[in-house]
Structure formats: structure tokens, C-alpha cells
Ligand binder design. Sequence first.
Ligand SMILES: *Cc1c(COP(=O)(O)O)cnc(C)c1O
Length: 380
Amino acid sequence: MRTRSIAPLSKEPIITAQIPFLDLRIEDESVRRELLAAIDRVFCHGRIVMGPEVAELERAMALRCQRVHAVGVNSGTDAVFLACKSLGLKAGDEVITTSLSWIATANGIALTGATPVFADIRDDLNIDPASVARLIGPRTRAILPVHYTGKICDMDALGRLAQEHHLPIIEDAAQAFGAVQHGRPAGSFGTLACFSMNAMKVFAAVGEAGAVLTDDVGLYDRLVTLRYNGTINRETCVEVGLNARMDTVQAAILLCRLRRVDDLIQKRRQIARWYQERLADVVTVPVDADDTRDVYYTYTIQADRRDELKAYLEICGVETKIQHPILMPQQPAYSQAAKGEWANAQKLVSRILCIPVHEKLGLPEVEQVSRCIRDFYGGR
Ligand SMILES: *Cc1c(COP(=O)(O)O)cnc(C)c1O
């Protein structure tokens, strides 16, 4: 048996069902009808570009995240880039960010000409404020934490550092819409906050979408200009820019999905509890810190013999992912001149594994995944 070469098993793997990492099909009839009706309304009013749904979504996101302004954009990558650009970041400036994230975070910084400086992470996979403190220098212009896996960073510590050094915080909240820490939502902490609503996120469009939130009217005005080729009044170009406008159809979809996002988050949190009860003694499982609500964009365990476990789960019909297998400073595009420190991240990146946590899973699937993992370690 193939499995024998991977791990000494107490018994053969039980394959009851294929469990995909994500399932983006929209099958529920009432949800489908609601989304199609929303798209149909856009067809009828015909304001395909920057239609009323975009402004409505911006108001709704700002309200929900306790912000004054929101600017809908084309993607989370655009959101990070435009947020950095709105602060006037340029070549020679440094922005301290985490070392473990999707590479869009570093790209958003680097596209302004500024240099990302990579900080180490804590065991919860989020940026370590002690590492940030060590990396702050004369060229530092901003701190850009990522609420990784849907868990908000230690914003008390980061807020204190930012205040002490008079630095703005840009939250990359792409994975954390709906997360809460001490009563405050993700996206409410930074001078600027960035969201991605790409199709894989918990709060998701059926294509690409993103947003930048702020309370500062000056930054808001600049973001609106930057969103459309650096123009004012739709014609006069006052600075170099690109087209980062959000589609009306995506905004219409997102308005529908915003009404259901808390149900999705509750389901993910339930699945996380089920996993915790079944897996906490065989692998390191993620836990909510006190007085926080994590949204489990990913359910990322830390496991011994991670690659063997991943291969074994595949044989068991369980699709998993490593988000992400390459630290940002070690990506070929950055590794030549990467600045910062990432010793703990280096240790953890070989242990992380994201197991399915999407809202279509029920208890039987969670039990199947858990049983396979326990089997792998020879437990029951
Ligand atoms: C998804 C993601 C982005 C980029 O968002 P896109 O909409 O895919 O461009 C940026 N940062 C993080 C942490 C993300 O997870």
C-alpha cells in the first residue's frame, strides 16, 4: 500500500468522501435567486461603472468597521498599494510588515518604491511587536501588520509603538473582515485599513474586489483620485495612477453577502471548535485570545512531519493547503536584498498546514478530517 511508505498506520485510511479545501459553487436556491436579482438590478439601471451599489457598499463597510470613509477598489492588492501611495510613500522610505503573508502585502509596499522591512512573527502567526520595535529606524514611515488567518494582531502593543514613534499603521485586514478584538472590529485600528473581497475570502465577491478605509478626509480624497488614474473631476490628471475602480456588479453581490457574513463566520467558528476538541492533543491548533472573535479565514494547524501529513490527508480525500510555503523575504523577487528578521517565521513555515474550514462542512466531514489526522499520528 502506498500509505505504508508514508506512515506506519494502525489501520488503512477510511475514505468516505472527498473534502475540498474550498467549494465556491453557489448552490443554495434562495441565495442564488438573491444574487441573480442583485445583478439584474444593475443590468436594469445600467450604471455598470461606479454605480450606486459601490457607494452603498462603501457606506456599509465603513459603518460596520467604525470608520468615516471607505473607498471600493478592484482588489486587495490595489487596496494595499493605494493605501501606501496615499501616505506619499516613496523610494528610500521603509515600511515594517510581517514576514508571513500572501506576497500582495509586500508588493503593495514595494510598488510605491518604498522598501518592505520584514518583522518576525509570534507563535500565533501574527507580527511580533517586539520585532517591530527592533526594526524601527530613521527611514521607517509606517507599520503594516497583517491580521493573518483571520486573527487580529496585538493592536495594543502595535498602537503603543506607532504612537511613540509617530508612525501611521496600515492594517492589511484582507483575511479578517468581521474579526473583533476587545470590542473593536478589524479595519478600525489603523490610519488606513485594507480589505480584499476576492472570491476566496470569507466576505467574498464573485471575482476581484477590495476596499480601503480611513477616518482622514485628506487621505480619502487622495484615494479617490488614485483609484481612477490620478484624476480629479474625471478628467484632469494630478498624479500618476492606475484604474482600480470596483465593478458595480461585484458591489451588488457584496451587499447581499454582507447580510449573511455573520452566519458564515459563526459556522467557521463552530467548525474551529469541533476541530479543537478533536485535535488539540495531536497538533498545535489555533485558539482565540481573550476577548477576541477570530474569523478563521484559514484553520492553520502546526504539525510535526507536516509534508507527510499533507500527503496522507490527500490519500484520505482531504485537500489541504500551505498558506504560505515561502516567507515573503525569501521570495525570489525580494530575497536578494530583503531586510529584517524572521527566525521564528522560518521555524513555523515548515509546520503550518491549512485544513478545510469552509462553511459547507458539517460535523461528519470535520470528524473525517480529524480521524485522518489522528490516524496519521497513530492515535485514535
Ligand atoms: C488576499 C490577500 C491580499 C490580496 O488581495 P487580492 O484581492 O487577492 O488582491 C492581500 N493581503 C492578504 C493578507 C491577503 O490574504
